[in-house]
Design a binder for this molecule. Structure first.
Ligand code: ZN
Length: 227
């Protein structure tokens, strides 16, 4: 495949013995984790088994370093999650739409977060050239973002272009979430639902707000500018 990045930032020489792929090791870690949770909160799993009441839907990248519960320091049950390559909201994607529908109509989430991140292999592959196959078809969904923000991206290249495209893509995906019939119907029915765009820095573990959209309002960038 042309343009599709492999293991980014991984050094097998210095990583030591890789044991996480050993399923027995995974099961052992799972046992230890479950026991620690019970020690911290004996009722946790009993309550989780009764049902979920998350207040947030997270739409993020599949990147292994951007795990929503971990980076927001939230326990199981607090975040409903949809992840795909480059955190894209494609209005014809039945997987994303069914997650959004369930989150809004059944769970009644009050926040939808679209989170991008710097150093995204999907964005890098798109900029490098069509990686081909399903990934190429999927990443073609970034072309409209490039066109919509042509003037913002003009003159940028390399990491600067990738970073700015990652940010602008989040803003574009927030706009797409707001335009779905699911969200518009919820707002028409008076739902207290906000959509937030964030970007995550892998090199310092910090989230930064980019934009937000509320019922009946314009999309507001973090700078305060309305779009
Ligand atoms: Zn990514």
């Amino acid at each position: 495949m042309v343009g599709w990045c492999g293991r980014v930032g991984y050094d097998s020489e210095s990583a030591g013995e890789v044991v996480l792929i050993d399923i027995d090791h995974i099961l052992e870690r799972n046992r230890g984790w479950a026991e620690r949770q019970i020690r911290a909160d004996p009722d946790l799993f009993r309550l989780l088994a009764k049902g979920q009441q998350p207040e947030m839907l997270w739409i993020g990248c599949s990147d292994s370093r951007v795990s929503p519960n971990l980076i927001m320091d939230l326990p199981p049950g607090d975040v409903f999650v949809h992840r795909n390559v480059a955190n894209l909201v494609v209005p014809s994607d039945p997987s994303l739409l069914s997650v959004l529908q369930f989150a809004v109509e059944v769970l009644g989430v009050r926040r939808v977060v679209v989170c991008g991140h710097y150093g995204c292999a999907g964005v890098a592959a798109f900029l490098k050239g069509d990686p081909g196959g399903p990934a190429g078809d999927w990443l073609d969904n970034l072309h409209p973002v490039m066109r919509a923000y042509r003037s913002d991206l003009a003159g940028l290249n390399g990491d600067h272009l990738a970073q700015r495209l990652s940010e602008l893509s989040v803003v574009d995906q927030v706009r797409k979430v707001a335009a779905t019939a699911i969200v518009r119907d919820a707002w028409d029915a008076g739902a207290d639902l906000e959509i937030h765009g964030l970007v995550y820095r892998i090199d310092n573990g910090r989230l930064r707000p980019l934009c937000r959209r509320t019922a009946g309002g314009a999309l507001v960038l973090d700078s305060g500018r309305r779009q």
